[in-house]
Ligand binder design. Structure first.
Ligand SMILES: N[C@@H](CCC(=O)N[C@@H](CS)C(=O)NCC(=O)O)C(=O)O
Length: 205
């Protein structure tokens, strides 16, 4: 594997996913921190040299740049048991990772950002208007996870895969966003299983 550099903001769950994957596969990452609150990913140097999308995380592998957290996890875990060999199981793992990016992260991670970094008193009119819909969608996502985990230990392939890493990142800190993990006992038990895996590392807050 080429030299790996993670362009990140350490408190972001999307960046944490990549560090967690790296820890599980034994990949060594050089880390470069950007303060997203100061717009450090929106500078011409970042937009031209790292990612035109203006967001972290970006995984740099040698001279190539890979934005999108789940793509970076997929790259790091290629050829390891974190990605199932079976075609259907691998697609099912990806299904949960796409679901995470559409139904989970935009609601739970965004509410975490709004509540922890901005605070309700500082919400814009748009944030105040959108909060209830994001909360309802976040609750629906947690409920769907709860129902899946009533019958399964893991999200895909009957094994610990990248789907668990992707979903763990923002689920385990969802109380920052005002969700109650006590309402989801199957999710709580799964969080404990993920945290008990050899090689687990914690998020930096
Ligand atoms: N879908 C992307 C989301 C990336 C994203 O939204 N990054 C946020 C932090 S978690 C960011 O860079 N925000 C700063 C900004 O938009 O200026 C991923 O999974 O990597």
């Amino acid at each position: 594997m080429p030299e790996l550099i993670l362009h990140e903001y350490a408190r972001s769950g999307n960046c944490y996913k990549i560090r967690l994957t790296a820890a599980h596969v034994g990949a060594v990452l050089e880390r470069r921190e950007y303060d997203i609150m100061k717009g450090e990913t929106r500078t011409p140097a970042f937009l031209d040299g790292v990612s035109a999308n203006g967001r972290i995380p970006v995984l740099q592998a040698g001279g190539r740049f890979l934005p999108e957290s789940n793509a970076a996890c997929f790259y790091l875990a290629s050829g390891t048991p974190l990605i199932p060999d079976d075609d259907f199981d691998r697609a099912d793992m990806l299904r949960w990772m796409f679901w995470e990016q559409y139904n989970h992260e935009p609601n739970i991670a965004t509410l975490r950002f709004w509540h922890v970094w901005i605070g309700e008193a500082g919400f814009s009119d748009l944030q105040r208007a959108n909060e209830p819909a994001k909360r309802a969608a976040g609750l629906a996502a947690l409920q769907l996870m709860e129902e899946h985990l009533a019958a399964h230990d893991w999200f895909a392939a009957g094994a610990f895969t990248l789907a668990d890493i992707a979903l763990y990142a923002y689920t385990h800190v969802c109380e920052d966003a005002g969700f109650r993990l006590a309402d989801y006992p199957n999710v709580q038990a799964w969080l404990a299983r993920v945290a008990a895996r050899p090689g687990h590392v914690t998020i930096e807050v």
